[in-house]
Design a protein around this ligand. Structure first.
Ligand SMILES: NC(=O)c1ccc[n+]([C@@H]2O[C@H](COP(=O)([O-])OP(=O)(O)OC[C@H]3O[C@@H](n4cnc5c(N)ncnc54)[C@H](OP(=O)(O)O)[C@@H]3O)[C@@H](O)[C@H]2O)c1
Length: 251
């Protein structure tokens, strides 16, 4: 249960090694937090000691976003072992390489499965648990790539467009239930996911995304753009004619 200052007692990070997810956790942790669950497909890489603090139990659980048939049972097990989930952060995702997807449709489908289908099934399982509790908040890592698909990463962008629409609808469906959904829409972030790629305009860091996302989560916002100015940039970009849009140097 979150206290009067909106400080969570239990946080679950799905995609427990995500640099952005971990930066959000850093900002959400407080002396009130009793349990942090790092849910990852490679538990050996979770480094739970990085979050060590007095009174905080850090658990590492095996979780595969692609194994949708396991998600409901996984969330029920989390609640049975760790109690009510106050905040769940859906941070897993794969970027992939568009030129490889062009020649390997199965790999493209697998990436979409993790980013979209896996996030749908995980979020629905968490939402059901939070409805049973009568409270909770789900933060979903979308992307500005879903605002308008680009030729350079349209498989990834389309998966995030689907996820973003899903998360908005989920949030609206939960209105009045005590459960909230916050959609986080970062631009280009210098994390493991983008290492070696050419930076894009208004690029930022996991720490900045963590600060803005956590502030938005605390306020119960339905959408957080990181950085905030991207909201206005995309208001314009959404309406730029296609022949011009495809020539823009957006990274
Ligand atoms: N970086 C950016 O520019 C950017 C911009 C906008 C949105 N985002 C989104 O923000 C989220 C976090 O990205 P990040 O930058 O923090 O990248 P990251 O450090 O590479 O994190 C991605 C996470 O997804 C996990 N993952 C991938 N496939 C999985 C699966 N099948 N099951 C469970 N976990 C899986 C990875 O686990 P492993 O450690 O096992 O690989 C990793 O923990 C992603 O959803 C991403 O799409 C990122």
């Amino acid at each position: 249960m979150q206290n009067a200052l909106n400080e969570p007692q239990t946080i679950v990070l799905l995609g427990g090694t995500s640099e952005i997810g971990r930066a959000i956790v850093d900002e959400l942790l407080s002396v009130s937090t009793q349990t942090l669950v790092l849910a990852c497909r490679r538990p050996d890489e979770a480094q739970p000691e990085r979050f060590a603090a007095d009174g905080l139990h850090v658990a590492v659980e095996y979780f595969d976003a692609a194994a949708t048939e396991t998600h409901d049972g996984f969330v029920r097990k989390l609640a049975a072992e760790h109690g009510d989930i106050d905040i769940a952060i859906v941070a897993f995702g794969v970027l992939g390489v568009q030129s490889q997807f062009d020649d390997d449709p199965h790999a493209a489908a697998q990436a979409v499965h993790v980013n979209y289908t896996g996030a749908v099934s995980t979020s629905l399982a968490i939402a059901a648990q939070m409805r049973r509790q009568g409270h909770g908040q789900i933060a979903v890592l979308s992307s500005v790539a879903g605002e308008r698909a680009r030729a350079g990463n349209f498989v990834y962008g389309s998966s995030k467009a689907g996820l973003d629409a899903f998360a908005q609808g989920l949030g609206d469906s939960l209105a009045g239930s005590g459960v909230k959904v916050t959609v986080i829409r970062p631009g280009f972030v210098h994390s493991r996911m983008t290492r070696g790629l050419k930076s894009a305009p208004l690029a930022t860091t996991p720490r900045v995304v963590g600060e803005l996302a956590a502030a938005g989560i605390r306020k119960g916002k339905h959408t957080v753009w990181t950085p905030g100015v991207l909201r206005y940039v995309f208001m314009v970009l959404r309406h730029v004619p296609r022949p011009i849009f495809r020539r823009l140097p957006l990274g």
